[in-house]
Design a protein around this ligand. Structure first.
Ligand SMILES: Cc1ncc(COP(=O)(O)O)c(C=O)c1O
Length: 443
């Protein structure tokens, strides 16, 4: 019988994470050392229970504020056929930003009415493909896209439901490279410059494009609530002007995603219900003030839906100490499977899978990867107990934008992905092979 010991940092891990009677970290009753031995490392591990509970949390939190709330997972955070089927079974919508993300959705026969197509540069071929599949929404992001969509829908003699992405010039105080709703951004029609008005005017005159409402996405991860309320107030004030000038109605409204998760034990995210309350209140107040009916609202979590559900496991291959300078612990993955630290300076917590309970012999270290870049690291200044070659390290909160951004840099193969469900485990993606690396070469 496994005795589960709670450890304080477990709240940034999947829901049922404990230390078991072997003194190893376990998730949903499955020992992480055992998984590493069976499937090899680096290894990504997801917990189905955490994903399903997070879906329910989003659905009940938002639907209790605005009953007509739809949760639409941003597949860019992590896309995989097993995951998309699970989302479908749990009544989720999804959004895609490329023909490739749409191809995965089509592969699992995800209901097209529940798919939204985002992206600032969709090609005419991608748009045609989306329309042929019968997508519920396309969120328009450029003037050229309006032209392309008009042509496709006119040629097919059909009407397509669309939203437009506006940029409200509001800073959500996250990293510059993950801020998207400010004036200086490639995303969306700026309200400030008058582009959003021009786009609405144009769309209201095109019969084959049915404008359902407006969308914005401020950035990610957003640890504050106020930017959402501020942006909703501003976008509704603008919408009221557009109603008077062009007859715009807001039947659907999307304040995007961006909800934060905990990466570090001392930087806690807010509960989803707090985001739901501020967004629900702001939408209802703005509708009241500006003479609109409360719309269907569409929330687009990516990170917050799968981030906490996933962990990454690595094995230590080398330890180097530079006295008075730094200790380097090198592991068998790195920027090829998790580029976030190198790209945005993102911070992760790191734990020893088998020595988590050891409180002596802590070595302050940089956890570096195996790729040929000095900037290839996973975490800095983390304390690892008695690190030794072959020890396993685990990074919690690895479920979003890690593997989704993975590359084959240095011709490294991408890791396998395991799902934990009801105390058992199975591969949902195999590790790549050297044959895979050669599979696209023609000569
Ligand atoms: C339009 C849009 N919606 C939703 C998301 C998902 O953001 P997050 O994963 O932070 O929830 C993004 C992320 O880039 C986005 O651009």
């Amino acid at each position: 019988m496994t005795e589960n010991i709670h450890f304080p940092e477990s709240d940034i891990f999947p829901i049922n994470t404990f230390v078991n009677n072997k003194k190893n970290i376990s998730i949903g009753g499955v020992d992480l050392e055992e998984l590493a031995n069976i499937y090899g490392t680096p290894l990504y591990v997801y917990d189905e229970n955490t994903i399903v509970e997070t879906i329910k949390d989003f659905q009940t939190s938002f639907q209790s504020e605005i009953p007509n709330s739809v949760i639409s997972y941003s597949t860019k955070a992590f896309s995989n056929p097993y995951l998309l089927r699970l989302l479908d079974e749990n009544g989720m919508n999804i959004d895609v930003v490329t023909g490739g993300e749409l191809a995965i959705a089509k592969h699992v026969k995800f209901p097209p009415q529940r798919i939204n197509f985002h992206g600032n540069n969709k090609s005419p071929e991608e748009l045609k493909d989306a329309i042929d599949y019968g997508l519920g929404h396309i969120t328009i992001d450029s003037f050229n896209e309006i032209e392309n969509l008009k042509k496709i829908t006119d040629d097919l003699n059909i009407t397509q439901d669309v939203m437009i992405r506006v940029s409200p010039s509001i800073d959500p105080h996250t990293h510059l490279l993950t801020t998207t709703g400010v004036l200086d951004s490639k995303f969306g029609f700026s309200i400030e410059t008058g582009d959003a008005e021009k786009a609405i005017e144009s769309l209201m005159s095109i019969d084959s494009l049915n404008l359902l409402g407006l969308h914005f996405h401020l950035g990610s991860p957003i640890f504050e609530l106020e930017p959402y309320a501020e942006a909703i107030e501003y976008v509704y004030k603008f919408s009221a002007e557009m109603k008077n000038k062009y007859g715009l109605d807001i039947r659907e409204f999307s304040p995007g995603g961006g909800f934060a998760i905990g990466y570090e034990t001392d930087k806690k995210p807010l509960p989803i219900s707090d985001y739901a309350k501020i967004i629900g209140d702001a939408v209802k107040k703005a509708c009241d003030l500006n003479g609109f009916n409360v719309p269907k609202i569409i929330l687009e979590p990516g990170r917050a839906l799968v981030g906490r559900s996933g962990v990454s496991i690595y094995r230590i291959g080398s330890i180097k100490s530079i006295p008075g300078v730094r200790n380097y612990i090198s592991v068998d993955g790195g920027m090829g499977d998790n580029i976030r630290p190198a790209l945005y300076g993102s911070e992760y917590s790191v734990f020893s899978v088998t020595k988590i309970l050891e409180k002596e012999g802590l070595m302050k270290s940089t956890i570096s990867g195996k790729f040929c870049e000095s900037g290839d690291y996973l975490a800095r200044d983390v304390e690892i107990p008695n690190p030794a070659i072959d020890d396993l390290l685990v990074l919690p909160a690895s479920g979003a934008y890690n593997l989704a951004m993975a590359s084959n840099y240095n011709m490294q193969v991408r890791p396998a992905v395991v799902m934990i469900k009801d105390g058992s485990h199975f591969l949902i993606r195999r590790r790549e092979s050297y044959e895979d690396l050669l599979s696209t070469s023609l000569i």
